[in-house]
Design a protein around this ligand. Structure first.
Ligand SMILES: C[S@@+](CC[C@H](N)C(=O)[O-])C[C@H]1O[C@@H](n2cnc3c(N)ncnc32)[C@H](O)[C@@H]1O
Length: 235
């Protein structure tokens, strides 16, 4: 059977998911899996995350929420963290969040209660590379500051594409490696502490473009010094 045909059919996607699950199980068993490092990094970040990251990260979240609010419908936020972005979504959106880290999710759930966010349907502990949602469950997906955190960003992109309806929208917000200059030097320095930080400061923009066949409909810069890019894809 032709490889392209397999990747386009539901059988192909099922085989792909099983293959990824197997790869992940082997990685866990052989101790080469990055997720435990990610989980311990975010268990450390959880108590101080909002305090450290609200100022730099909220502009990108606001930009993504503005796009989503114009669309409405069912939205999944992949790697929702402490739920910093949840109050930004309009009431025309029904919101589901997933994250690998229980300490981060606990804070997101507290926020939903504290701010009585009635449009949040659920916050689930789930791996972005293996979500338990049916295919085409959502109109919109937001993936903010996550693709440079996960060991397998291509698997996240494939899974996000699976759970969004054809014609739906996928919004990626992230910092991508700078080509040169003072920022590039700072990124190289930070990269030495990548595991402790819980993200890869040298993450290339091309990784996302190569991982998907979705149409890139817009790209813009946000946050301090335009550090973060927002990519909007049509599924
Ligand atoms: C930098 S934080 C971003 C949180 C949130 N999106 C925001 O904008 O504040 C990255 C989040 O991705 C989560 N994460 C990392 N790997 C994941 C995975 N494989 N599946 C789901 N979430 C994951 C982490 O637990 C963390 O909460």
């Amino acid at each position: 059977m032709d490889g392209d045909f397999l990747t386009q059919t539901s059988l192909g996607r099922w085989v792909d998911r099983r293959r990824r699950a197997l790869r992940r199980a082997v990685a866990v068993l052989t101790g080469t899996d990055g997720s435990s490092a990610v989980e311990s990094a975010y268990a450390r970040w959880a108590p101080i995350y909002d305090w450290v990251f609200t100022i730099p990260l909220v502009p990108g979240q606001k930009a993504a929420a503005a796009v989503a609010n114009d669309l409405g419908g069912r939205l999944v936020e992949v790697g929702v963290g402490t739920g910093l972005s949840l109050p930004l979504y309009g009431r025309n959106l029904r919101v589901t969040g997933i994250d690998l880290s229980e300490p981060m999710l606990r804070r997101a759930r507290e926020r939903v209660r504290r701010e009585t966010l009635g449009n949040v349907d659920g916050l689930h502990a789930m791996d972005a590379t293996d979500m338990s949602f049916e295919a085409a469950s959502f109109d919109v997906a937001t993936v903010m500051y996550v693709v440079s955190v996960v060991p397998d960003p291509a698997a996240v992109m494939a899974e996000v594409e699976r759970v969004v309806k054809p014609g739906g929208t996928v919004i990626i917000v992230n910092h991508f490696a700078s080509a040169s200059g003072i920022l590039a030097a700072a990124e190289r320095l930070l990269a030495r502490f990548s595991e402790k930080l819980g993200w890869d400061p040298l993450f290339p923009r091309e990784t996302i473009l190569e991982a998907t066949s979705m149409e890139l409909v817009s790209e813009s810069r946000h946050g301090p010094f335009g550090l973060f890019s927002m990519m909007v894809f049509r599924r």
